[in-house]
Design a binder for this molecule. Structure first.
Ligand code: FAD
Ligand code: AMP
Length: 474
């Protein structure tokens, strides 16, 4: 007879594993199934985020940042070094160690919380039965009162550009180049293309990024994306706008790329090519035809605002449903759904999910951009403040970037905060709290911020909404 669980979660990425832990904390008998196999050939929990996404990319961004600074900016501090080298194998080993520490940590958390972990492929059958096909091909069935689908996403492939795992790669391949490519082509100037392009640029690759759109980071407030682009250009990232890649092939270990831009059809050659044109919800083989769960026309699992699917008792969270494809958004949905199943209230406010791009400078934002407010004809006022006018950013030798706040013209309620600069990935949290508490820009302006800190730029931007910033002319 099938073993009976209160909750069966399919997928152990940040959406699924967090849902499983929270469900178990709430006293629900919980199982979590995941198919991911790590670099060591063994099952590895944590999904895209921990294995081939957020965490390994941040590890490489950090290593490459130290190398870049040693070569380019520490001289300003009076620090000199000779024979500076980069041991790529050691850099990758450090990254892999962090990944295995964290993925192993989830296995430990599952054990501590009594979540039953199953390695294999999960499929939802009818009547909330879940079939597991283990990696050795054997199958078993679990019976669930509630099912949480958290199957995540996979890289989008574009026509005529086939991944070969060596010369033409996705994020996973670009996290494991065994040496710095001399010439790296990147398709897509989005979050992943910019982060991984930055890593290899800092390590010495010539990086050309092809972006089909005529403008840079259209989801980002235009003042901020303009400031960031200026810095990326200084770092030697060659971003070509309006350049749509039409195909690529590998000949004698050289990637030959075809693209079209304002000058018509063009070609370029690279040693490696990273395809980073976005990700799509993944649900291949997840749903039996008669299981009762439907997909949207974009291939996402269809859910309502509480992550409930078309079948009662079945929920879906994370990248496989609508909303931003971000780890923390999926985790919040996982917690909310576990709490709903346990009879508590659970809700995720998608309007206050923070976004971060971990380039140099970092880019972070929450809420609406100026472009969006104009398009929606919402009256707003704005205040901004450059990091170059803060003592802390100058002391850190990181003066690039700014903070910009958008507030409603009549009520002063904060509608969006946008920033690029050092550590803005951390600074954005204050603004998320402010928006969650429906703060006005005046509220932020009246809060005492420590001196000297980068957070003073947030304070001054709030003061500047009312044209009373202290350390710049209003
Ligand atoms: P996933 O993490 O994709 O996990 C889904 C899991 O389910 C996988 O292990 C998959 O193998 C498994 N699975 C799928 N189907 C089945 C099945 N039928 N049976 C069993 N198992 C199954 N987000 C951020 O917030 N911050 C970042 O800095 C960031 N950086 C990123 C960098 C890169 C290079 C990439 C690629 C992504 C990055 N992301 C980042 C996005 C982030 O990784 C995703 O938003 C997040 O992983 C989504 O979580 P999830 O749990 O929905 O899905
Ligand atoms: P993101 O979804 O943030 O990862 O960004 C992916 C980027 O890839 C978007 O800005 C797209 O415009 C871009 N893109 C998609 N297809 C192509 C293509 N064929 N050539 C160049 N850029 C592309």
């Amino acid at each position: 007879m099938a073993e009976q669980f209160d909750v069966v979660v399919i997928g152990a990425g940040p959406a699924g594993y967090v849902a499983a832990i929270r469900a178990a904390q709430l006293g629900l008998k919980t199982a979590c199934i995941d198919k991911f196999i790590g670099k060591n050939g063994k099952p590895s929990l944590g999904g895209t985020c921990l294995n081939v996404g957020c965490i390994p990319s941040k590890a490489l961004l950090d290593s490459s940042k130290h190398f870049y600074n040693l070569n380019h900016s520490y001289a300003d501090h009076g620090i000199s070094a000779s024979n500076i080298g980069i041991d790529i194998a050691q850099m990758l080993a450090r990254k892999d160690k962090i990944v295995s520490q964290l993925t192993g940590g989830i296995a430990g958390l599952f054990k501590a919380n009594k979540v039953s972990a199953y390695a294999g492929f999960g499929k939802l059958l009818k009547d909330k039965q879940v079939q597991i096909t283990a990696h050795d091909g054997s199958t078993q069935i679990l019976s669930a009162k509630h099912v949480i689908l958290a199957s995540g996403s996979v890289p989008i492939q574009i026509p005529n550009v086939a991944f070969d795992g060596n010369h033409i790669v996705d994020n996973q391949g670009a996290l494991d180049f065994t040496q710095t490519p001399k010439r790296l082509g990147v398709i897509g100037a989005g979050v992943i293309g910019l982060e991984l392009g930055s890593v290899w640029r800092r390590l010495g690759a010539e990086v050309v990024v092809f972006e089909a759109m005529p403008e840079f980071l259209t989801a980002v407030d235009a003042d901020v994306s303009r400031a960031a682009l200026r810095e990326f250009k200084k770092q030697g990232l060659d971003i070509r706008f309006g350049a749509k890649v039409t195909g690529a092939s590998v000949e004698n270990s050289v990637v030959k790329l075809g693209f079209t831009d304002a000058n018509g059809a063009q070609t370029a050659e690279f040693d490696k090519l990273l395809v980073a044109v976005g990700r799509r919800a993944y649900s291949e083989g997840l749903l039996a035809a008669d299981c009762g769960v439907s997909l949207t026309d974009r291939g996402q699992i269809a859910v309502d605002e509480h992550c409930a699917t078309s079948l009662a008792g079945v929920y879906a969270v994370g990248d496989c449903v609508r909303g931003p494809m971000l780890a923390h958004k999926g985790s919040e949905e996982g917690i909310a759904v576990a709490e709903i199943i346990a009879g508590k209230p659970g809700h995720v406010n998608l309007d206050t999910v923070p976004w971060v791009i971990y380039t140099e400078p970092e880019i972070a934002w929450v809420g609406k951009t100026e472009q969006e407010l104009k398009a929606a004809q919402i009256p707003f006022k704005t205040g901004s403040f450059p990091f170059a006018a803060t003592g802390r950013a100058l002391a850190m030798n990181e003066p690039a970037g700014l903070v910009k706040i958008l507030a409603h013209a009549e009520t002063d309620r904060i509608l969006g905060v946008h920033m690029c600069g050092a550590n803005v990935s951390e600074l954005i949290a204050e603004c998320v709290v402010a928006m969650e508490f429906h703060a006005s820009s005046e509220d932020l302006a009246r809060i005492c911020h420590a001196h000297p800190t980068l957070s003073e730029a947030v304070h001054e931007a709030a003061l500047s909404v009312d044209k009373r910033a202290i350390h710049r002319q209003n």
